[in-house]
Ligand binder design. Sequence first.
Ligand code: SAM
Length: 270
Amino acid sequence: MRQIQSLTNPTIKALRALQLRKYRRQSKLFLAEGMRVVLAAVDLGWAPRHLVFLAGKENDAAMQKLIAHTEAAGGACFAVNRAVLAKISRKDNPQTVVASFAESWVSLPEIVQQGGVWVGLDRVRDPGNLGTIMRSVDAVGGSGVVLIGDCVDGFAVEAVRASMGACFHVQLAEASEAAFLDAMRGRQGQGWRGAIIGTALDADAVDYRRARWATPLMLLMGNEASGLSPALADATTQLIRIPMLGRSDSLNLAVATGIALYEHLRHNPD
Ligand code: SAM
């Protein structure tokens, strides 16, 4: 374990750079903050590559567990002051621990083989929506999220934060729209009995309570501004809408995803 108090230390600068997608892509590392989240990750078998914590906390039982786990897996531990933690997390009031982990992605063939409940997000831009959706996928016992086309990074700091640890349990994939459509077509060709359900505001879409909610499920959700692309909408087994009774014309993306996922769970409780 090393002590670092300098804001210009190269390791600290490299960890702070993980706030940016460019450096996450280069290093294939991402940041997670907070004792509860980092402990949950470790309990799920993830090993921190770097563990940075507030100096003086090294004798706390939970911190000792994290330090032992990190060092056993070949990771590096750093005791730092609050200013260094604030610099890495870009927050005035940082958590007492920040860790870096290696990104983990699944491929489209693995998704097709696994089955289960997946959410496909079409060009989703807001990391808070993504993290909230990962949390909901986890809550219904779903498998993961596919980022289709030009989406926010799956391991953006705000997405990880909003997922409240679900990013360590919910699988992530990314694909171009064309590759995703190819994988879905291949899947349907093999006597497949699942559902690809798209969500839309169209008046002629089916009320979500009357949809054929089968498993395996791919639930397709549209971009925050423009909705689901026509090509993705065409690839669905059914297009559904959630009734809007007031004056708003649409629901927040993550809210609509949660409602649809729980409707699937209601029809498929096992
Ligand atoms: N202007 C966009 C449109 O025309 O689709 C609104 C997009 S909405 C904010 C983002 C996504 O949330 C939609 O593409 C859809 O996936 C989902 N969504 C929001 N409200 C919905 C509703 N009432 N029924 C079904 N899906 C909905």
